[in-house]
Structures are given as structure tokens and as C-alpha cells.
Design a protein around this ligand. Structure first.
Ligand code: SDX
Length: 392
């Protein structure tokens, strides 16, 4: 062992940056975007307005919002050549794999506007990423089911445009359900940012090297994919399906507590929240409402509620302050909106793009920012002499 550094595995006690974007009080269960409580934004705002807020620090005036919406809706197209990339993927590739690769490839299309020191180029990248993410995400889905790609309808609003690209069938008019669009918009608001989570920290670490915004965000997508992070929403739904019935909840809780069993309650626990994740509270309420309004009766909701109830009164979960997180109920809503399970983390990525790019911009606006370069406590061998292969 050598070195005189603070050992902080998993960065539980290290602030890697200063930031003015998002505030979390994990003990009180408080989440603010630029000072605004998440509950108020969820009730009164829209995802695109929240994206503007995260990027610019203030809520937009009517004119500012109209300008932002106009800019976003004029950059929604995916370059036709990007479609060749999709055709190279296997038909059953995971959509997150296609999304990460496609977003990374954007730096090959927009390299003429990639001066990370130029505020105008940075802004253009933010607009392009927020605008194109739903188009690329819908292409991932349509490719996986063998449907032709769909073009963005720029007369629609952000979330409706996305739903249209997902589900439009050529020659059949698509009736968009306003309840579905409102629900998805709300989920996007709740997922838009969460300070220095693993994927945002990844975006910042990659960004700190001077890498371009598309490469930085693509790295964030890959970090988000893991089941301990954004991949948990997909894992929750698979877990609920596996549990299958409220009768099996007790045995699932028993397994989750067993240290010899790898099974964990997906959608439970959080590094920062030692209280209810405020987003989970909103999503749970919304889950009941959306299912009722859409006339969906999903038995998995009952399994989820029973699981939450059982865990919240179990000593193991109480002692460790493990509560449902943002991913616990979101999958049931996505399912009611006919979003396939493998697309759940893609939904998270669309929304989190606003946060990722806001952090990337903040990082580049901060004077004197340094490359991210953690140290280690070395635990390997001391110095020794090389041994030729015939003497080993
Ligand atoms: C997101 O960071 C963010 O902000 C992320 C996020 C965002 O918006 O960006 O909020 C989104 O990623 C939500 C989290 C989604 N992940 C899951 O739902 C997966 C299940 N949860 C866990 O893997 C875990 O709780 C984490 C990864 C979320 C947090 O991990 P920590 O902070 O490293 O906590 P830990 O693993 O050290 O757990 C402390 C104790 C341990 O027990 P002991 O060793 O002390 O006996 O709690 C136990 C853990 O084994 N524990 C669980 C558990 N989560 C933690 N036991 C059973 N089931 C669980 N889900």
C-alpha cells in the first residue's frame, strides 16, 4: 500500500465539482432543479421548459421558450447516413447499445461545430442532442421490430413527437392519447437531472479531457445502462414479472436480505436518499392515476405495492434506510404507455440528456476547470526483477 490520498471507494464522501444546477438533501428527501422544488416542476412545468431551466439557470419568458422550442424542433432530424449504422446492428441488439453508438457517431456528423471553447458551438450541441435523442431512440425501437424509420413531425410538441415516431404506422393515422403524452412528459421532468450521479459524473470526467459533447454524452449513456443505475427500471419490471404475484413477495424480501444470494430489490436503495426519493413518491401517485385514466389493469402494480409495503416494515430495509427510488414505479407506467421493457433505460437517457449537457456546459463555463484524475491506493507487488520465460 502506498500514497497519501483519501480513500473514498465509490466517492461516497467526495465532491468532485461545484455545481449550481441541482440540489439534493438526501435525509430530508428534497430535490431542487435550479432552486425549484421537483414537486412544483412536476405539477406545473413541461420537460422542454425544464431542459431550458437546467441549461440556462432561469425559467424562460414566453419569447425565450418559443425560441428554444423553435430551435429544438428544427434539429430533430437524424442524418440519413446515420441509418446505415442501424442497418449494421443485429436486429435483436439492445436499444441502449444502438443508442450509445449512434450518439457517439453524431460527432462524425457535426465536427464542423465542435469547438468546446466556443459558447455558440456548445449551445448548438445542446440543442442538437436534446432534439435528436427522441428521433434516435424511436429509430432504435423501430429497427428492433423491423419497422421503417419514422420522420419527426415538427408541428407536434416534444413528447408527442416522440410518441408519434415510436408508434406511427405508415398509412394509418395515429391517435395520440393526451394522458400518455402528459405522463411521459412528467416522467421526463423527473428524470432530467440528479446532480453527480454515475452517468453525469462520467459525462463530466470525459468532458474534462476536452472530448466533444457527443462523445461525452455517449459515455454517459453507457454508464446509465448498468442495472445499479438507470438500467434498474428495466430490471424492476423483470423482477416484478418474476415475482409474479403478491403471494411471492415475502420470499422475494427474504432473498433480498440474504447476503449469500445475489438477488437485490431492484428500484430500492439510493446512495444519497436515506428517506423517500421525492421522485418515487410522485411516480407512485401518478402510476395509479395513469393506469386508471388509460383503463389499464396491471397486476404488477399490486405486486409492486405489496413489495414496497413489506420492505418498508422490514428491519433490514429500515436499518439501512432503503426506500423505493425513481426506478421502482416508472416501469409500470412505461408499460401502460406500451413502451417495451428494453426501451425503459432509453427513456431515462432521453430525459437525462438535458442534465448531462447542462453539466457539460457548466463544466466548460467554469474557469480553471481541471482534468478529472482520481488517485489510488496501490496494493500490488513491490519492485521486482523481470524473470525470463524459461525461468518462471
Ligand atoms: C438511479 O445516484 C443517483 O442519483 C442515481 C439516480 C439518478 O437519478 O441518477 O437516482 C438513478 O440510479 C437509482 C438507483 C437504481 N438502482 C437500483 O435500484 C438498484 C438496486 N439498488 C442498489 O444496488 C443500491 O441501493 C444503489 C446502487 C442504488 C446504491 O448503492 P450504495 O449507495 O453503494 O449502497 P450499498 O450498496 O453500499 O448499500 C448499503 C447496504 C448494503 O448492505 P450492508 O452491506 O450494509 O449489509 O444496503 C444494502 C447493501 O447490500 N442494499 C440493498 C439494496 N440496496 C442496498 N439490499 C437489498 N436490496 C437493495 N436494493
Amino acid at each position: 500500500e502506498s500514497g497519501c490520498f483519501t480513500f473514498d471507494p465509490g466517492f461516497g464522501a467526495t465532491a468532485s465539482t461545484k455545481s449550481a444546477i441541482t440540489y439534493i438533501d438526501g435525509d430530508a428527501g428534497v430535490l431542487l432543479y435550479r432552486g425549484y422544488p421537483i414537486e412544483q416542476l412536476a405539477e406545473k412545468s413541461s420537460f422542454l421548459e425544464v431542459a431550458y431551466l437546467l441549461l440556462n439557470g432561469e425559467l424562460p419568458s414566453k419569447e425565450e421558450f418559443a425560441g428554444f422550442e423553435h430551435a429544438v424542433s428544427h434539429h430533430t432530424m437524424m442524418h440519413e447516413s446515420l441509418k446505415h449504422f442501424f442497418r449494421g446492428f443485429h436486429h435483436d441488439a439492445h436499444p441502449m447499445a444502438m443508442l450509445a453508438a449512434s450518439v457517439a457517431s453524431l460527432s462524425a456528423f457535426y465536427h464542423d461545430n465542435l469547438d468546446v471553447d466556443d459558447p455558440a458551438d456548445r449551445k448548438m450541441a445542446a440543442i442538437r442532442l436534446i432534439a435528436k435523442m427522441p428521433t434516435i431512440a424511436a429509430a432504435c425501437y423501430r429497427y428492433s421490430i423491423g419497422w421503417p424509420f419514422s420522420y419527426p413531425r415538427n408541428n407536434l410538441e416534444y413528447v408527442e413527437r416522440f410518441l408519434h415516431m415510436m408508434f406511427e404506422v405508415p398509412s394509418e393515422p395515429l391517435q395520440l392519447n393526451p394522458v400518455a403524452a402528459k405522463a411521459l412528459d412528467l416522467l421526463f421532468i423527473l428524470h432530467a437531472d440528479h446532480e453527480q450521479n454515475a452517468s453525469t459524473s462520467t459525462v463530466r470526467l470525459v468532458g474534462s479531457t476536452g472530448a466533444n459533447p457527443y462523445a461525452s454524452v455517449a459515455a454517459g449513456i453507457t454508464a446509465l445502462w448498468g442495472p445499479a443505475h438507470g438500467g434498474a427500471n428495466e430490471a424492476v419490471l423483470k423482477m416484478l414479472e418474476e415475482i409474479g404475484s403478491p403471494d411471492n413477495v415475502e420470499s422475494a424480501v427474504r432473498r433480498a436480505k440474504d447476503k449469500n444470494d445475489n438477488f437485490r430489490l431492484m428500484g430500492f436503495g439510493h446512495r444519497v436518499y436515506k428517506n423517500f426519493d421525492p421522485r418515487a413518491k410522485i411516480i407512485r401517485e401518478m402510476c395509479h392515476k395513469v393506469l386508471a385514466e388509460l383503463g389499464v389493469n396491471d397486476p404488477l402494480l399490486e405486486v409492486a405495492m405489496k413489495l414496497e409495503e413489506a420492505a418498508l416494515k422490514d428491519e433490514y430495509f429500515v436499518e439501512r434506510k432503503l426506500y423505493p427510488n425513481v426506478d421502482f414505479y416508472s416501469g409500470i407506467i412505461y408499460k401502460a404507455l406500451r413502451i417495451p421493457t428494453e426501451m425503459f433505460t432509453v427513456m431515462f437517457a432521453i430525459a437525462r440528456t438535458a442534465g448531462w449537457i447542462a453539466h457539460w456546459i457548466e463544466q466548460h463555463e467554469t474557469p480553471g476547470a481541471r482534468i478529472g484524475r482520481p488517485r489510488q491506493l496501490y496494493t500490488g507487488s513491490g519492485v521486482r526483477d523481470y524473470v525470463p520465460v524459461d525461468k518462471r
